[in-house]
Design a protein around this ligand. Structure first.
Ligand code: DON
Length: 584
């Protein structure tokens, strides 16, 4: 044997032996699954934006390079997404923005849609008390929309937390330009247009999103002149234009022509609100997330509290043991969601009890290690103190350390399917997030209760969960969130436990396969290729009912701050190909 071959061989043997020993001694083997499949996060020293649209991420970075802070950047990204990702990015919808300033002050901006005054408990029921279907229902057409909150939300965020270095008009400008000049259509946008049945139903929508009745193809330039004109009006006259000016009138006139619910009074009465974030902890790390009218923060914290009582790290990240316990936590927290949650401005929501650690201790006692519970036996607990498909998440961290986690939506893909004539604005179908008929499933199969019944000016319950996780010294560790209807909360849960229990970096934590259980229907959904046959069998043996999802779950975005260097690590979900983390 040639000496160099012998040398190489011994070197290889040494390397293998060394990595084997370090594996045993230093690194738990559980981290390997994800690492094998994940690219490195994007690294940047100053600012970072992670969003589902690479064009929008770049818009945010450009704002920070011009001296804007993370909040300024987030506003520009939100407007840009309304152009480049019209299935969910919006002016005609609403959402939640979590803001953490560099000094640690953390707030939640609630710009969720509000029900029009004419909406009432039975507005989506026929005379026999059955849920209406099609036009007139909570899911499609002119009556499905709540009053949009996005413009008011961005205004509030800018006034209270913007750097003051860039004006409203400057932050709207990139979106106006993208709408006026157009941008090359990516495959995700083209696919979302091809996959949406409602789009050809409404002439204005068809005119804008189809090219003379035909589908667009990848790479074609897509211009939205009416939307550009709406942005230009917002630049000239400020955010109130949307609620009191020509834009409001155009929306309301179109509503009137088609028996919609929204009036000028409703538009004028819209208010975005600053709320206190929910605070909890998981294994000593503080978690800050969205309070009602989102269920996200409370359900997330309830599940984390239940899971904290188990040493999850001793199980493999993709093991049936981990999944079993996770599903049982999901089942219990979603049962509570159905019973207890709604807009806390209207109904009593026992949030403090739901996120109490002692309450989780009691729930944990009902979990058997060897067998699934059934959702029939698991009804809501008794917390103390009680008396498609499209949404999008993005996140920004700036050079100073201010951070934003923002999830906003039209609810379904392209919302109600309606574009308000003359505005280019796609309208939401957020009214379906109410329990249109309490006890009956909504678009996402979610059963919800009386507390989430429709009422005038009320906000529908949401699952959106923009979240910050802090290090034990109180500094920001990472931020994350995702779309996905009820799967949102479970995706955020799994990203957090992937990082904390399984030492994954932010990209690995986002890439790893996900599961979902929402109490009812009583089934564990899993992603294509997400569970090995052995794991499926082990879960079935414990009497879990498994269903494969035809599609992947969520589109998470995240930014983590590297502890020693402060470098921002950006990660987008590989489940959507157009996303990109961009930093500088
Ligand atoms: O607020 C909510 O919970 C829903 N409207 C979110 C919808 C959603 O995430 C759809 N996306 N995939």
């Amino acid at each position: 044997m040639q000496p160099w071959i012998r040398l190489t061989r011994s070197a290889i043997t040494l390397v293998i032996a060394f990595s084997f020993i370090t594996t045993l001694l230093v690194q738990p083997s559980r981290t390997f699954n994800a690492a094998a499949a994940s690219r490195d996060p994007v690294r940047a020293r100053r600012g970072m934006v992670a969003s589902t649209s690479r064009i929008a991420s770049q818009v945010g970075v450009d704002v920070m390079k011009r001296g804007g802070n993370a909040i300024d950047a987030a506003i520009a990204v939100a407007f840009a997404l309304a152009v480049t990702y019209p299935a969910a990015g919006n002016l005609g919808g609403g959402g939640f923005m979590m803001i953490r300033m560099r000094n640690g002050k953390t707030v939640a901006i609630d710009y969720r849609e509000m029900a029009p005054a004419a909406a009432h408990r039975n507005v989506y029921l026929d005379k026999d008390g059955n849920l209406l279907k099609g036009e007139g229902s909570s899911t499609v057409g002119y009556r499905a929309s709540g009053v949009p909150g996005t413009v008011a939300g961005m205004e509030l965020a800018l006034k209270s937390y913007g750097s003051g270095k860039l004006t409203w008009s400057q932050l709207v400008e990139p979106a106006r330009r993208l709408a006026a000049e157009g941008f090359p259509m990516g495959n995700i946008l083209v696919r979302s247009l091809r996959g949406n049945d409602y789009l050809s139903r409404y002439p204005e929508t068809r005119r804008i999103f189809l090219r003379n009745g035909n589908f667009y193809n990848d790479g074609e330039l897509f211009r939205q002149p009416e939307l550009a004109a709406t942005f230009a009006r917002l630049q000239r006259s400020g955010p109130k234009e949307f609620y009191q000016g020509l834009t409001a009138r155009l929306i309301v006139e179109d509503m009137k022509r088609h028996n919609g619910l929204i009036t000028m009074e409703d538009m004028g009465a819209y208010v975005a609100k600053e709320r206190e974030p929910l605070r909890g902890s998981y294994r000593g790390y503080e978690i800050l997330s969205m309070p009602p009218p989102s269920s996200g923060g409370a359900v997330l914290l309830e599940m984390l509290n239940i899971l904290e009582g188990y040493d999850l790290a001793k199980y493999d990240s993709a093991s049936s043991d981990r999944y079993h316990l996770t599903v049982e936590a999901m089942r219990r927290a979603f049962a509570d969601r159905a019973e207890y949650m709604g807009d806390a401005d209207f109904v009593k929501v026992p949030v403090t009890g739901l996120i109490d650690k002692a309450y989780a201790d009691n729930l944990r006692k009902t979990i058997r290690p060897d067998r699934a519970s059934t959702s029939v036996e698991v009804t809501a607990g008794r917390p103390t103190g009680y008396e498609s498909e499209e949404t999008t998440h993005f996140t920004v961290v700036d050079a100073q350390g201010n951070a934003v986690a923002n999830t906003y939506t039209l609810n379904d893909s392209f919302g109600s399917g309606v574009v308000a004539k003359g505005t280019g604005i796609v309208m939401n179908n957020e009214m379906d997030d109410f329990a249109a008929k309490p006890g009956t499933a909504n678009l996402y199969g979610l059963i919800q209760g009386e507390r989430n019944a429709v009422a005038p000016r009320k906000r529908p319950l949401s699952a959106m969960t923009p979240t910050f996780v802090l290090r034990k010294d109180g500094s920001l560790w990472f931020t994350t969130g995702t779309p996905g209807g009820p799967t949102i909360i479970n995706t955020v849960l799994q990203v957090i436990t992937n990082v904390i229990d399984y030492n994954m970096n932010i990209q690995q934590a986002i890439d790893a396969p996900r599961i979902h259980h929402q109490w009812l229907p009583d089934e564990v959904a899993w992603e294509p290729y997400g569970l090995s046959g052995d794991t499926q069998q082990a879960l079935t043996n414990r009497q879990h009912k498994l269903v494969t999802r035809p599609r992947y779950m969520g589109d998470a975005q995240g930014i983590m701050i590297e502890e020693k260097t402060g470098v921002r690590l950006g990660a987008t979900d590989p489940r959507r190909s157009d996303g990109l983390a961009v930093g500088y």
